[in-house]
Design a protein around this ligand. Sequence first.
Ligand SMILES: Cc1ncc(COP(=O)(O)O)c(C=O)c1O
Length: 367
Amino acid sequence: MKPQELVLPTVAALRPYEPGKPIEELQRELGIGEAIKLASNENPLGPSPMALAAMRKALDDANRYPDGSCWAVSRKVAERHHVAPERIFMAGGSVEVLNLLAFLFLRPGLNAVFSEHSFAIYALATAASGGEGRAVPMKDGYYLDLDAIAAAIDANTRIVFLDNPTNPAGTIFRRAEWERLLERTPEHVVIVADEAYFEFVRDPDYPDSLAYHDERRMIVTMRTFSKIFGLAGVRVGYAVARPDLVSLLHNVRQPFNVTSISQAGVIAGLDDREHVRRTLEVNAEGMAYLEGEFRRLGLAYPKSHANFILVDVGDGGAVYQKLLRNGVIVRPMGGYGWPRHLRVSVGLPEENRRLVAALEKALGRAA
Ligand SMILES: Cc1ncc(COP(=O)(O)O)c(C=O)c1O
């Protein structure tokens, strides 16, 4: 007997999440020593130095189990958002929260609604739970269509997943659309506002979903330490939600889902305002540079509000391979339904210049 016959058919048919290619892997393959990676929307400045120091110190107690309740971290995060600690759920990356929500609220016969071309984990987590994933087409090419998403909700919908900014397009939805969606969403639906790139957004009409929590609706706001704080490798994300929903998440999490090293790192990282400030500065400069260079090369892109940008290069797969051969890792978008596109994470100035030079060469535009 095959184990595949013993699990839900939707699970047996799943393909694992495809991450960005690791730098070491490309260096091994090419036998080179200086590849760069602009493929996973990481912080190019590295981790917060304050977080690093705290994590080094925490290693001394690595023989002890972590605080499974994340008492100190939850309090610190709660203070930052001016909410009660009972509303905070800490996890091993926000991806863990997505998986737990699907595990809790979905099963065969129920469905989750999300946008086509949104973060890949929504479809994966939904399929893993046996639920039906309803991918709603985007509007104007690159924008979440919140009205169409609201229209796709029915009596069997349990979750709406919304990434704002959305990954990989980098676009946002604004306050008026969000408020319309809230009005149209019935009370039996958990609304997940995945704000992994929240800190990068400068648009005055960008809605902070935290301002819309109340005891009637089930809104889950998700944030992460993987992006602006530069701690993707230590895996910490969190949800802010009603205490009764948070308590369900605790029922199904691993007993020690956030390591002691990670907890120490994020507590210190939260205070590192200088690292956050520099990250925003480097990102804004890099984004302006990449936009300018893409325009010069005649490449179309939607305006991004995050730390990455989606660009139409004609044949994403071919250009991706050519960039790899020049030691530059970006993300091909065929798996996201955009075979013409690449997603490029904003890097350090010299990394961005190297990407542009390799891109010019790949497109046959080099002088
Ligand atoms: C929209 C979105 N949500 C969540 C995540 C995952 O973040 P984490 O590292 O906290 O699991 C990402 C990472 O790329 C993302 O783009």
